[in-house]
Design a protein around this ligand. Structure first.
Ligand SMILES: Nc1nc2c(ncn2[C@@H]2O[C@H](COP(=O)(O)OP(=O)(O)O)[C@@H](O)[C@H]2O)c(=O)[nH]1
Ligand SMILES: [Mg+2]
Length: 339
């Protein structure tokens, strides 16, 4: 297949072409870039929903319910399940496949699992690219399911227009135990497994946390914005009037999922009305561009070290023996790249 051939088919909604390109993206094949370039002008139409939370919290069950609700509204749906651990266990994704099989014969539902980890640009890069493929092929809504554990996953969560953070009762210290960063990106909190004991306690703790945060941000909000890279993050609460709702769900019983979808729509309307959607779109563009640039520059440096056989060994030896310092050597190699 020549360059651009896949993209033409994808723009016509060809599912097999989209699958093939997404596999190439997951495998970090360089040829994928040209296809993505062809697709790029035709992206930006889909609404992206992020579902993140600890393993086993019921994310896939919620996604399953959302698919059903969205299909009732005649929306086409793309799902990207990002699960880096599944490459080792195989379990999660297999389970997801079986669970989502009800939708497998529906041509307007497109489900894809991504396992990428460790490649340059990593998880967020390949997820962003796959979102664009589904967007270009015309899916109205794209749902990204991701395990909320590390910075990568938080980055992925921030690619969504609306990010839903899923919590469940019985997580030990509950809210305290959740990595702080993931709570920050929540536009909506879904307390799932409300059929189990302790859901109300999680709701109370979340409320208390939001209150503290509101008080603190009121006190510390500085005039003007910092120019650090951190400021390009779309992070929501600090600079918007949005108050994340806390919903109780029992996704396995199909309870609360419709309510969740209407909350997502309310948030979407808020983003549109407040101009926040455009602001976030730009922050996201900046983030993704920086990631791409970083990947590109680091890639050049690594290829250079590889070309000059023994250079990395030499650098490592000199640093280990303290005959040179790593700061100086990094500076040197970066300087050579700029020449
Ligand atoms: N009791 C209860 N179990 C649930 C609920 N939702 C999901 N589960 C179960 O929790 C387990 C993990 O669900 P899954 O959707 O795979 O979680 P994920 O790892 O976050 O995607 C499965 O056995 C589900 O059946 C719920 O509302 N109540
Ligand atoms: Mg899952």
């Amino acid at each position: 297949l020549g360059a651009g051939r896949l993209s033409e088919r994808i723009l016509r909604g060809d599912v097999r072409a989209a699958s093939r390109l997404m596999r190439r993206i997951d495998d970090a094949e360089p040829g994928a870039i040209e296809e993505l370039q062809e697709l790029f002008p035709r992206t930006g139409r889909a609404y992206v929903i992020g579902i993140t939370g600890p393993p086993g919290s019921g994310k896939s069950t919620i996604v399953d319910g959302l698919i059903a609700s969205l299909r009732k509204q005649d929306k086409s749906v793309g799902v990207i399940a990002v699960d880096p651990t599944s490459a080792f266990t195989g379990g999660a994704i297999l389970g997801d496949r079986i669970r989502m099989q009800a939708h497998a014969t529906d041509s307007r539902v497109f489900i894809r699992s991504l396992a990428t980890r460790g490649s340059l640009g990593g998880l967020s890069r390949s997820t962003g690219d796959c979102i664009r493929v589904m967007d270009a092929m015309g899916q109205d809504v794209i749902i990204v399911e991701t395990v909320g554990v590390g910075q990568d996953e938080i980055d992925v969560a921030q690619m969504a227009h609306t990010t839903v953070v899923v919590l469940v009762p019985g997580m030990g210290d509950d809210v305290q135990a959740i990595k702080a960063g993931i709570l920050e990106v929540a536009d909506i909190f879904a307390v799932n497994k409300a059929d189990l004991d302790g859901a109300d306690r999680v709701v109370r703790e979340l409320r208390a946390m939001l209150e503290v945060r509101r008080a603190v941000s009121g006190l510390t909000r500085a005039p003007g914005r910092s120019h650090s890279l951190a400021a390009v993050r779309p992070g929501n609460l600090a600079d918007s009037q949005w108050e994340p709702p806390i919903l109780k769900l029992s996704a396995a019983r199909g309870e609360g999922v419709d309510k969740l979808l209407s909350s997502i729509y309310v948030h979407r309307d808020f983003l549109d009305r407040s101009g926040e959607r455009q602001k976030r779109e730009r922050s996201r563009a900046a983030m993704q561009f920086i990631a791409l640039l970083r990947e590109r520059l680091l890639g050049s440096a690594l290829r250079k070290l590889e070309r000059e056989r023994g250079r990395l060994d030499d650098v490592a030896a000199r640093i280990a023996e303290r005959t040179a310092d790593p700061y100086q050597l990094a500076e040197e190699i970066a300087g050579e790249l700029a020449e």
